[in-house]
Design a protein around this ligand. Sequence first.
Ligand SMILES: [Zn+2]
Ligand SMILES: [Zn+2]
Length: 371
Amino acid sequence: MAPQREWFEKDYYRVLGVSESATAKEIKSAYRKLSREYHPDANPGDAAAEERFKEISAAYDVVGDSAKRKEYDEVRRLGPASAGFPGGGAGPGGFTFTDGGDLGDLLGGLFGRGGRRGGGRSGPHRGQDLETELHLSFADAVNGVTTAVHLTSDATCRTCNGSGAKPGTLPHRCGNCDGSGVVSDNQGLFGLSAPCPACAGRGVIIDDPCPTCRGTGVERRQREVKMRVPAGVDDGQRIRLKGRGGPGRSGGPPGDLYVVVRVALHPLFGRKGHHLTLVAPVTFPEAALGADIVVPTLSSGPMTLRIPPGTRSGRTFRIKGKGVPAPKGAGDLLVTVEVAVPAKLSAAQRKAVESLQTASNGESPRAHLGV
Ligand SMILES: [Zn+2]
Ligand SMILES: [Zn+2]
């Protein structure tokens, strides 16, 4: 699991009143004792006790679990918090995130979860959602394709991996605030605290800023994001690529990348939801006498379609399963036949058509129109 923001802020060992080297058994028994003492049932209506009970539970949730505890210790060892917590003033949590603090940014960078940008407010911020377009051929949209989008956007700096420090150097703990990022005016229980002016609340000082991002941990660059386009996407559809947007700030998660699909027209096929459409010209004799005609499909080659005798122009035939693939069964290919009228006739053709005219015995197909 990923480190939690609270891990930088809370001293769970202190909450449970045990040392950092306490055994699992000691932690468990401390937790049992405290949770009994502060349990809401034992302290009806006591809001402070309830708050304390919640803290105890949250602390035990982390340090009472060996895997989480290991990660928590690691986070604290790597972070400025490893120096210990400033005494007093900051309440039982011991450590306070303050405005202007980019400490989380730095740690976020160390943990490969994005960088930060400029100064600004503290606290984890989710990265920006970004949007880009992807142009697809008709066939790729229908059948699905593995491709990539290219965009220029903010991204975690590759030189420093988001830490802001020149590779080979490490940010050092700010001496002014002892790494907390806060200076507190320690008066009584509720001391006022302000961002440390020496480190701008970061808790660390970067002596050698990364030359690529000038210490921000973020660079603007061309990115290639590989993606799988599912079969059957349609023009204008948005595909969400979770976590592929802008980098998060202060250890916040990255944003999402939305890819808007633009599908090119096909010279032959059209789309009607999950069905494909195709217009197939037929001759008058084929329509009148019936015929087996060969039509193309998008993904499985030519197929034979049987046209029954007496087929009128504009009739649509359905070829099952030759439409757009879909999880619940593919759509169909809808073939609309259109009787083609030749623009020019050879002498022999002309004679044949004229004999057809004679054969129809002067019966007009428009008789029912009453004119
Ligand atoms: Zn950098
Ligand atoms: Zn400082």
